[in-house]
Design a protein around this ligand. Structure first.
Ligand code: NDP
Length: 306
């Protein structure tokens, strides 16, 4: 069997179109949802993410404001900015790009954001609402995974779902979202005794580990749905040959030669693709959904607040 593709690029486009249509309706009432994106310091990856968030806002008709602060910014200074953004009526969403420089107390900053503007869904109030299954802002990546499963008509209710990873950003909210949709959920992590045995019982596997191609076909039950959240880099030809099947190897090797790496998920596509019924690719799977869901959260925040 060869797995069918969970195409995140396509689902993200559907989400973006929905957001753009609704933004158009709000514009007729004189409302333009606004997102503030705050970047502290010079992290090149963060800069790329912030750039694409701002560009997506522009493409969909949302207002966006990029605020750049120097690397030596203090916690107090950043708190001051958050308070200002909380008070502004034209700003519906506040996104602090992580990671912050080490001198800044990240938790204090995230807790200072007005929960109504917390489009990342990291504030304790939104986490609490998620635990209780109440309306609130939900972290973008796991929310995007649910949209993808729904788009492809994958049954969640009653399914055995195994989430690998227990981070506050992906694993934990993912498990809660699946639980609220009536899956039987298992959360695995680095101390799980027999990961392969746990994963092999899953109808739905969500891999959010951060280790290139760690989940192989041996873990996977025939016909499972596998969502690969991981974003890792493979940098050697040997790695690429191990991870990718013949069909994909040449293009991946060319990429490594050209830019020094190729993007790899937590799942080994060659072996998992032979067992799974559905598999999300990397790139083109969960990645594009995250920014699309950020747009949706900003729209929701605007609708709820104004
Ligand atoms: P974290 O590093 O915060 O969490 C990783 C989790 O994986 C931890 O819970 C850890 O367990 C677990 N883990 C690590 N090693 C193993 C192992 N050998 N066996 C079982 N579990 C293990 O990462 P994130 O949750 O932030 O991200 C996970 C991946 O998803 C990364 O590759 C990241 O780049 C990617 N990502 C992709 C996004 C997208 O838009 N596509 C968005 C966000 C993340 P423990 O808790 O015990 O340490």
């Amino acid at each position: 069997m060869s797995a069918r593709v969970l195409n995140g690029t396509l689902v993200a486009e559907v989400i973006r179109q929905g957001v753009a249509a609704r933004v158009g309706e709000l514009a007729a009432r004189g409302i333009r949802p606004g997102l503030a994106v705050v970047l502290v310091g010079e992290n090149p990856a963060s800069r790329v993410y912030v750039g694409s968030k701002v560009r997506t806002c522009e493409a969909l008709g949302l207002y966006s404001e990029k605020i750049e602060l120097p690397v030596e910014t203090t916690t107090e200074q950043l708190l001051g900015l958050v308070v200002e953004l909380n008070e502004r009526d034209d700003i519906d969403g506040i996104l602090i790009q992580l990671p912050l420089p080490p001198q800044i107390e990240t938790r204090r900053i995230l807790e200072a954001i007005d929960p109504a503007k917390d489009v990342d869904g990291f504030h304790a109030v939104n986490v609490g609402r998620l635990v209780r299954g109440e309306e609130g802002l939900v972290p973008c990546t796991p929310a995007g995974v649910i949209e993808m499963l729904d788009h492809y008509g994958i049954d969640i209710a009653g399914a055995n779902a195994v989430v690998i990873g227990r981070s506050d950003i992906v694993g934990k909210p993912m498990a809660l979202l699946l639980l609220h949709r009536h899956a039987t959920v298992t959360i695995c992590h680095s101390r799980t005794r027999d990961l392969a045995a746990e994963v092999s019982r899953a109808d739905i596997v969500i891999a959010a580990i951060g280790r290139a191609a760690m989940v192989t076909g041996e873990f996977i039950r025939e016909g499972a749905v596998v969502v690969d959240v991981g974003m890792n880099r493979a940098t050697t030809a040997e790695e690429v040959r191990r991870i990718f099947g013949d069909a994909e190897q040449a293009a991946r090797l060319e990429e490594v030669a050209r830019r020094g790496y190729t993007l790899v998920g937590d799942v080994e596509p060659r072996t998992v693709g032979e067992k799974a019924a559905w598999l999300s690719p990397v790139p083109g799977g969960v990645g594009p959904l995250t920014i699309a869901m950020l747009m949706k959260n900003t729209l929701r925040a605007a609708e709820a607040r104004r």
